[in-house]
Ligand binder design. Structure first.
Ligand code: NAD
Ligand code: TDX
Length: 363
């Protein structure tokens, strides 16, 4: 048997590691069995779920290399000691849902902007310790950002040096977070890298987002609230590819650089909904046209040349990834049913109550 390669960063701090993409990153890194130890720092908001790490916790060898800390990235007392023990920090922690940012923006500013600042300050403290010879190197910080910072792109593909034109409180907060990261590279020469990922899908995705919401509603023969004309376009990226690309940039990315992580699977929302209903064997008549998201970005699309030149290639085609995702939700009701209760019902009424009451046939 070949031995796994020695990791460049043997001790990782993964913030937001109980969420959708962060937990995939943790599961996949630990499953490599290369000795990497991970500390997860997660606030366990409505979107965080320890059950996302169950496959790790049921494997004694992997579980021994995972430490789980409940805490807030915006809390310097929680963050400082954990960054002091880390070779690298990967920041997935964020408020991540555009619709919630429209209902209530303040948490987005606290986590996606101030939280990033707290992480940067903790890394700067470690940079000073490294310069004083108290540790061998400063930790590298990877900030997980999003294609939404470019704003709506009617034609063509966004490149890393394009203007940022975020249009929702969520994307504006994410843009502010990554601009702070860039400022710490320019001002303090810190070892930082940024990834901008596109619309991600796969198992363990919170049911507030389009694909898991529509799959789980359709399983229950409930209505599917399609915003506006449903012709908005997104570029879909399978979660294991997104997590893998982040690991690749962490290891090989150049300090101070930004890397787009594209999916290469541009589809209209109507095409996505048609495909998931086909897989489930459910009828289009479940789909309802509802009032649009305010400021709804029409299209995202990114150029992926820079990350490809770094040696990264996605593995999962959209059709295969979507089939695996739909099947996972069909087989894992015990994971998503508890999430669609309690706070969820209040949110659902607020987001969709009036929309569904005023809905019409989606044609
Ligand atoms: P998610 O909402 O599923 O998970 C976010 C996690 O962060 C949760 O576990 C939550 O408990 C935790 N968290 C929130 N606030 C925190 C705080 N203050 N301190 C510590 N933990 C906190 O999000 P996701 O979809 O996995 O996204 C992860 C990252 O990737 C985010 O930064 C998001 O902006 C970015 N991103 C997501 C997508 C996508 O399509 N999902 C695409 C591109 C980029
Ligand atoms: O009920 C819905 N009806 C609907 O038509 C929902 C929840 C969404 N939509 C539409 C809006 C978008 O055009 O589907 C598309 C996808 O919506 P979301 O799943 O909410 O994703 P999006 O707004 O595109 O943002 C996602 O990708 C980029 C993630 O949530 C972000 O965290 C990431 O940065």
């Amino acid at each position: 048997m070949t031995q796994p390669r020695k990791p460049r960063f043997p001790r990782l701090l993964v913030t937001g590691g109980a969420g959708f993409i962060g937990s995939c990153f943790v599961r996949d890194v630990l499953a490599r069995r290369d000795g990497t130890r991970i500390t997860v720092l997660d606030k366990l908001t409505y979107a965080g779920n320890r059950a996302n790490l169950a496959p790790v916790e049921s494997d004694p060898e992997q579980a021994a290399r995972l430490r789980f800390v409940v805490g807030d990235i915006a809390d310097p007392a929680a963050v400082g000691p954990l960054v002091a023990e880390a070779d690298a920090v990967v920041n997935f922690a964020a408020e991540s849902h555009v619709d919630r940012s429209i209902l209530e923006p303040v948490d987005f500013l606290r986590t996606d902007v101030l939280g990033v600042h707290v992480l940067l300050e903790a890394c700067r403290e470690e940079q000073q310790r490294a310069r004083a010879g108290e540790r061998s190197a400063a930790p590298r910080l990877l900030q997980v950002s999003t294609d939404e910072v470019y704003g709506s792109v009617e034609t063509g593909e966004s490149r890393e040096d394009d203007r940022l034109e975020p249009r929702s409180p969520y994307s504006a907060a994410k843009a502010a977070g990554e601009l702070l990261v860039r400022s710490y590279f320019v001002t303090y020469a810190m070892d930082v890298v940024v990834t901008r990922g596109s619309n991600t899908y796969g198992p363990y995705h919170h049911p507030e987002k389009l694909i898991p919401l529509f799959v789980t509603n359709a399983i229950d023969d409930q209505q599917l609230p399609l915003y506006g004309d449903g012709l908005q376009r997104r570029d879909w990226l399978y979660v294991a590819d997104h997590a893998g690309a982040i690991g690749h940039v962490l290891e090989h990315g150049r300090a101070g650089e930004i890397y787009n992580v594209r999916g290469g699977n541009e589809r209209s929302n109507r095409e996505v909904v048609t495909a998931l209903l086909d897989r489930l064997g459910k009828p289009w008549s479940l789909v309802r046209t509802v009032a649009d998201r305010p400021g709804h970005d029409r299209r995202y699309a990114m150029d992926g040349t820079k990350l490809a030149a770094l040696g990264w290639k996605n593995k999962t085609a959209f059709e295969a990834g979507l089939a695996a995702t739909v099947d996972w939700y069909s087989e894992n009701e015990a994971w998503w049913r508890p999430i669609k209760s309690g706070e969820w019902e209040t949110y659902y009424r607020r987001q969709y109550g009036a929309r569904l009451a005023g809905s019409r046939d989606a044609g």
